[in-house]
Design a protein. Structure first.
Length: 150
């Protein structure tokens, strides 16, 4: 079992064309996700697809999501270098658009695993925890999920 999707709701009128374009400029251009309009139940929403099997559905609602705290969704990358490269890309994007928020952390070091991470939030009501895990020798999990071509 793995997560397939998450719906994030916005106030009515919040997902206008300009906002969708801004969302696409970060999640599409920086994160490399496919971004596309999506109609559901007679309402135009927006899909963000990291890959063909996972997506975030953005919709408007009379009762939109509110997440004023550090609530987040984790994005696991394969290496520290990938986390650092994405952090650099987010930092460069933030220079152009001050709506991008970053939280930076020292590595979280535990006896079995070290987590190298940062949090990023841009226009969505949720932070993303971008991280890579380095396991101590002999501490690797016995099972794992991997993504690759069929």
């Amino acid at each position: 079992m793995r997560f397939n999707h998450m719906e994030l709701t916005f106030p009515r009128g919040a997902l206008d064309e300009a906002t969708r374009s801004s969302i696409d400029s970060f999640y599409g251009d920086v994160l490399g996700w496919h971004c596309t309009p999506y109609e559901l139940f007679g309402q135009l929403g927006h899909l963000l697809l990291p890959d063909a099997g996972q997506f975030l559905l953005l919709m408007e609602s009379d009762e939109p999501m509110a997440s004023p705290g550090p609530d987040h969704l984790g994005l696991l990358l394969d290496s520290r270098d990938e986390v650092d490269a994405l952090h650099d890309a987010c930092t460069a994007f933030a220079v152009k658009d001050d709506r991008l928020q970053l939280m930076e952390f020292d590595d979280l070091v535990n006896p079995r695993v070290t987590q190298h991470l940062f949090y990023v939030r841009y226009l969505l009501p949720l932070w993303f925890d971008v991280h890579a895990l380095d396991y101590a020798p002999g501490s690797e999990p016995s099972h794992g999920w991997s993504y690759g071509p069929r």
